[in-house]
Design a protein around this ligand. Structure first.
Ligand code: GDP
Ligand code: MG
Length: 448
């Protein structure tokens, strides 16, 4: 599936120090193949990979992320953007009931969704009315009634008997919908959800019926309900409904069974209409407000890695890191100010302790971070802040009287000051050795 494919692609990148244009193109090829296999529409794949390539080539070098991680980050951001960026809330009518009409192919999950949506809105204090405007299938009205009962929401249906007599005496769904609107106003329902008929394939009669219902009820939202397992037909179906009825939003159903994830990416990009909700099972509660970022995480299935990347970026002050690296290579003297700033970074990293083993190159720092004692940092800060700038830059001048002045200024013992100076000197030695020998900096400050 898509997430497995992308994951293995990114694994190949993870060990790399720097990405060449060829690396990026190889990765893009893999992403393109994975997306096409996941039934993402061709033009969508083209846009998507084009954006990623451009951004990956121009990516700034980050102190916190290796190039492979940067590509993951870019792919994630582009996925979110193609899925609509932010979630878009349901639009409500300014006066009178909010009218929501559902449209889509037979079996897409409209009737099931009607119940879930009613249940969801009821939970928000709304008083929904469900309307059975699918008079196509003999059992459709009854199905909605069952769904309504389960959700504890009333159902407006045509006079009993009409549908039970089957195909020959079908009621008129447009009339039913109009009647339902009157009923909703009289009974002061705050929301009306209109369930409509679908066919197995797109057809003209069905489209006209849906368009007529739309005209009759003037909905605030027309939600196009689409089975996320529909595959490459997603784009053609969505386009047909957009032209035939037009819709204001999309609902993805059967996401519980969607192993490919292609429909979600294609429909939003091709129609430009936001995805509002997702249906993830047959039960009333298997329903969610659609969040593009969560869906992107699901497609990538790399939630843990993405969280890690976010935290690493936050914890790691890039400028500071660059400044330190520069100092080390020049072999300049390491000062107490540097020492303190390293300890502070260590503290930031403490908050991501558990995940550290996953970050390439950082495994060796893990032990130090695990032993990190926050009180120690507080003491160190107090002591260093009681020093004059000259003392911080050149600790060699710290004689006995200076040390006792610093101890009383910071509320510490002279022995605390001594132990800090000792640890600093150890760190300084290590920094000097590194400036000569190179290699990954060990975080000093936890030697004592
Ligand atoms: P409609 O023809 O568009 O009204 O579709 P239905 O609501 O009758 O749903 C068709 C079938 O899909 C039913 O068996 C539903 O139980 C099932 N279904 C609907 N939504 C979901 C979903 O999100 N997940 C799963 N697994 N099944 C669903
Ligand atoms: Mg139905």
């Amino acid at each position: 599936n898509l997430s497995d494919r992308l994951t293995s692609t990114f694994k190949g990148l993870r060990g790399k120090g720097r990405l060449t244009e060829a690396d990026i193109d190889g990765t893009i090829r893999e992403i393109r193949r994975a997306l096409l296999d996941a039934d993402v529409a061709v033009p969508v794949v083209r846009t998507f990979t084009g954006n990623i390539r451009e951004r990956a080539l121009g990516a700034e070098v980050s102190g916190a992320l290796n190039p492979g991680e940067q590509v993951v980050k870019i792919v994630n951001e582009e996925l979110i953007s193609i899925l609509g960026g932010e979630s878009r809330p349901l639009r409500h009518a300014k006066t009178g009931p909010t009218v929501i009409m559902l449209a889509g192919l037979q079996g897409a999950g409209k009737t099931t969704l009607a119940g879930k949506l009613a249940h969801h809105l009821k939970g928000q204090g709304q008083t929904p009315l469900l309307v059975a405007a699918d008079l196509q299938r003999p059992n459709a009205v009854n199905q909605l009634q069952v769904v309504g009962e389960r959700a504890g929401v009333p159902v407006f249906a045509p006079e009993p008997g009409v549908t039970r007599e089957g195909e020959r005496q079908r009621g008129n769904p447009v009339k039913v919908a109009k009647k339902a609107m009157k009923e909703a106003e009289q009974r002061q329902h705050s929301v009306v959800i209109v369930d409509t008929a679908g066919r197995l394939g797109v057809d003209a009669e069905l489209m006209k019926q849906a368009a007529d219902i739309r005209k009759a009820v003037e909905p605030d939202e027309v939600l196009f309900v689409i089975d996320s397992m529909i595959g490459q037909d997603a784009v053609a179906t969505a386009t047909a409904f957009q032209e035939g009825v037009d819709f204001t939003g999309v609902v993805l159903t059967k996401l519980d069974g969607d192993t490919r994830g292609g429909a979600a990416l294609s429909v939003r990009e091709v129609t430009g209409r936001p995805i509002l909700f997702a249906s993830t099972g047959e039960k009333l509660d298997d329903f969610e407000v659609f969040h593009p970022d969560r869906m992107a995480g699901r497609i990538l299935d790399m939630g843990d890695i993405l969280t890690l990347i976010e935290q690493a970026e936050k914890a790691f002050d890039q400028e500071e890191a660059a400044r330190m690296a520069d100092k080390v290579t020049k072999g300049e003297d390491f000062t107490l100010t540097d020492f303190l700033s390293q300890m502070q970074q260590l503290k930031n990293m403490g908050s991501m302790k558990k995940m550290l083993g996953m970050l390439p190159g950082m495994g060796q720092m893990r032990e130090q971070i695990e032993n990190f004692d926050e009180r120690e940092l507080v003491r160190t800060e107090a002591i260093i802040q009681s020093m004059t700038p000259a003392e911080r830059d050149n600790p060699k001048i710290l004689n006995g009287s200076r040390r006792s002045r610093i101890a009383s200024g910071s509320g510490m013992q002279v022995s605390d000051v001594n132990s800090l100076v000792k640890r600093f000197e150890d760190a300084q030695k290590m920094m000097r050795a590194m400036a000569k020998g190179g290699g990954m900096p060990q975080m000093p400050g936890q030697g004592g």
